[in-house]
Design a protein around this ligand. Sequence first.
Ligand SMILES: *[C@@H]1O[C@H](CO)[C@@H](O)[C@H](O)[C@H]1NC(C)=O
Ligand SMILES: *[C@@H]1O[C@H](CO)[C@@H](O)[C@H](O)[C@H]1NC(C)=O
Ligand SMILES: *[C@@H]1O[C@H](CO)[C@@H](O)[C@H](O)[C@H]1NC(C)=O
Ligand SMILES: *[C@@H]1O[C@H](CO)[C@@H](O)[C@H](O)[C@H]1NC(C)=O
Ligand SMILES: *[C@@H]1O[C@H](CO)[C@@H](O)[C@H](O)[C@H]1NC(C)=O
Length: 595
Amino acid sequence: MQSTRSASRVIKEIPIVARRSALSGACPYQRRQFNNKRSRHDDLLNYRIFIYSVLGLGAGTALFHGSRRLGFTELHAEAPPAPVEITIEKSKGTKGLSKEENRDVISSQHLQVKRSWENPGVYAWGSNSGRVVAPDSDDSLIKQPRRIPFFDGLLLRDIKLDRDFGAAVTENGDLLQWGIGYSKETREPVATLKGKNITSITISRNRIIALGSGGKVYSLPVSQEDQARGAKLTERSWIPFWSSRSKISYRLIDPQNLGWGEKILSISSGLEHLLLVTSNGRLFSAASSSEEFPSRGEMGVPGLSWTTRPPGPFDQPHEVTTLRGFQIDAIAAGDYHSLALDKEGRAFAFGDNTSGQLGFDPSAESPYIDAPSLLPISRLYSGTNLSPRVTSVSAGGANSFFTIDATRVAQPGEDSNQRIGLGRITADTWACGQGILGTLGTGRWTHIQGTPVKLKALSGLFEWDETDNTVIPIRLKRLSVGSTHASATMDNVTHVRAGTSSSTDSRNDTNWGADVVWWGGNEYYQLGTGKRNNVAVPGYIAPLDSVAEKERAKRTEEHRFQITPRHRVNIGGRNVSMEQRVECGRMVSAVYSGV
Ligand SMILES: *[C@@H]1O[C@H](CO)[C@@H](O)[C@H](O)[C@H]1NC(C)=O
Ligand SMILES: *[C@@H]1O[C@H](CO)[C@@H](O)[C@H](O)[C@H]1NC(C)=O
Ligand SMILES: *[C@@H]1O[C@H](CO)[C@@H](O)[C@H](O)[C@H]1NC(C)=O
Ligand SMILES: *[C@@H]1O[C@H](CO)[C@@H](O)[C@H](O)[C@H]1NC(C)=O
Ligand SMILES: *[C@@H]1O[C@H](CO)[C@@H](O)[C@H](O)[C@H]1NC(C)=O
């Protein structure tokens, strides 16, 4: 089933220069050219950032990337246009303001960065049926970003959200839990597992898996009742531990044959399975739900099932031996599928493929694959002079995303004077899996996408780096994938040192953060657009702090949410390094202040 609704059809009728609305589904790079407000600041700062689309043709051909995107190439069929000259608007009524006041007035971005430093915390929105995004509220939907007051002033190491439960790790490594999945009575986060120095967490259908700083992996039931009772498991498979401060039942997930000094570096859980990668680049998988043993091949161990599993705890880790010899570097688990990336930039997929989330072509017979299979990435670039390397894998729900660095290489027999731009890297993003809600971000509503498709809005972006006088690719800093929606944080060109340099008059020197775009399913308002329609192309949302923005709206017509990159700031008298991060969960979203 394929909907013919296509964003590109609409957009190509609109002259690019008219596309200034922060919420029009425009793309991050466009603002540098076409976004009036931001361009003004770029100019004020003497940053001239032009976006080039190199199309593998070499440096000689500089086009607006935007002209290629979404298929409106015809707009520029004859000749590439000259970069738009930016007009500096006269500042209105800023006389008599202090420098810092002036910065606030002229820039929404500046104000956003400042607020994120002055008032760290968590914004959340989307489905609230499980009282996760607004634990103190009985509203079933939170349509716009809203703060969870409990977290005001707090920095977190991690946060993970399901529709029915939330989990976060405090700055000192304790676990906080809330939502009806934890307890129907609780109206604010409660510290559960304490004293373990947890660095990151991941969640399954009904358990939280926590990685301690020493590489220990703890698995505990979400529900308060199960934590207190030791859950409905047989006694043999339960190892109860009692932490010194709380009575929480948990289990240790402990691979048996780790080498000397080898430890778990990262974890990622689907609804029923957990992936673990060690410091030696070995991959393990384990059951992570106490309801259902993984049965769709997502463990990556051919033939493994509830009935064939070896003796021992049901959630013992199994090494994914097919990948022995590959140095696994990164992992990502969707609901029922798995992705692994090795140090050489090769990606492997296994598990459920009913939506095409494994990203390779039909053998149609089997709905899932239980042996890790190498993604034939080079096929995606066949016929080009680019050599691809996967730089990150992300998964959520029934979707997979890959970022790829594609390097321009000489082709055999290529005429030497055609060899332009050798070594230049293009950063692309590819998606596969379920697209019916727009989750692929490609502008299409494809039901099942088995072959990865390029997410054009997040591919082939370049910026001019004035420091080095070079064109550099814009990569993604982070990609967070929820069950049906996703968000990408763009890398590069942020500015958080306004007013710190004494050499220039800093009155117009404003801070700005990184661009963040959102797309996919929106039935529960999880995209933060304030509307309910699904969105098939990455787009901006409004700044999180709507109250502050309403004041500002009188002065400026344009603003969008940007995220504050890592920076050392003074919080409560302490000098700490923090950044804002996006977390997309199951029908819910959050932005938190992370250490
Ligand atoms: C700041 O910008 C305003 C216009 O936006 C301009 O009039 C003023 O001269 C600028 N000040 C400095 C120090 O650049
Ligand atoms: C706790 O974890 C942090 C972050 O990984 C680490 O820097 C610190 O040394 C750990 N503390 C202890 C006592 O292990
Ligand atoms: C993965 O899913 C796609 C889309 O349905 C399908 O065409 C293909 O057969 C599946 N791949 C494998 C290896 O089964
Ligand atoms: C952009 O990123 C590159 C490489 O990560 C870095 O060298 C460069 O300084 C960045 N440019 C700006 C303006 O931050
Ligand atoms: C925090 O400390 C670093 C050095 O560790 C220093 O460079 C920076 O200026 C300090 N920041 C604040 C806000 O105090």
